[in-house]
Design a protein around this ligand. Structure first.
Ligand code: TMP
Length: 210
């Protein structure tokens, strides 16, 4: 069986993740055949998972309980992983995911404190088996800096709207999980310019896939 390469991009709010994903899309478009790679995002990536994303981020009728929130993220992940990510990796593709289970460890684990890390990893394994990213970029930005970057007129989703203490806990979560897996994580100072960040990402990807 051919084995692809699985890249994930992680970080707290306003860390510049979307800009880097867009730069990566251009880079892959210009340097690879479109059969060689797949971009996905979480929550989302399939029609059903995109609906779950809307419920998670924008549903106004009722606030989800923390456990409901966790299970909805997991449901979206199950759908996206089994119908898109794993088949693409089996075909030998490079898969680039805008967030994956490290987001759950940081947001639902460290910040919401729904379950501890080992319980969340057990749940994750039940849902997606042994799949693990080969390379994870963590765009590290202090929550104080992230809050400065948010524009006051910007419409924020339910999770973005959480206060600074929540986002400090998310940052602690990422700092902790990235410190445990040095080989998988490439931590980048997200206060650098988008061009500087992209240079690091590009060179790391080229080193690993060539
Ligand atoms: P995005 O805006 O970066 O696409 O991410 C959507 C939001 O969902 C973001 O606030 C992080 C949050 N999130 C979690 O809380 N847990 C998860 O497992 C994932 C994938 C995202």
């Amino acid at each position: 069986m051919k084995k692809g390469f699985f890249i994930t991009i992680e970080g707290g709010e306003a860390c510049g993740k979307s800009t880097q994903v867009n730069l990566l899309k251009d880079y892959f478009k210009n340097n690879f055949s479109e059969d060689d790679y797949l971009f996905v995002r979480e929550p989302g990536g399939t029609p059903l998972a995109e609906e779950i994303r809307n419920l998670l981020l924008f549903y106004k009728e009722e606030k989800p309980l923390p456990i409901t929130e966790l299970l909805l993220f997991c449901a979206a992940r199950a759908q996206n992983t089994h119908t898109r990510i794993i088949p693409a990796l089996k075909e030998g593709k490079i898969v680039i995911a805008d967030r994956f289970y490290d987001s759950t460890l940081a947001y639902q684990g460290e910040a919401r404190k729904i379950m501890d890390k080992s319980q969340l990893l057990n749940l994750t394994q039940t849902i997606i088996g042994d799949l693990k990213p080969d390379l994870t970029f963590y765009l590290k930005l202090s929550p104080e800096e992230a809050f400065k970057r948010k524009k006051s007129n910007e419409a924020l989703d339910r999770i973005e709207s959480e206060g600074i203490e929540f986002h400090k806990a998310v940052a602690r979560g990422y700092d902790y999980i990235s410190s445990l897996e040095n080989n998988r994580f490439c931590t980048i100072d997200a206060s650098l310019s988008p061009e500087e960040i992209f240079k690091i990402i590009k060179s790391e990807i080229e080193k690993r896939i060539n």
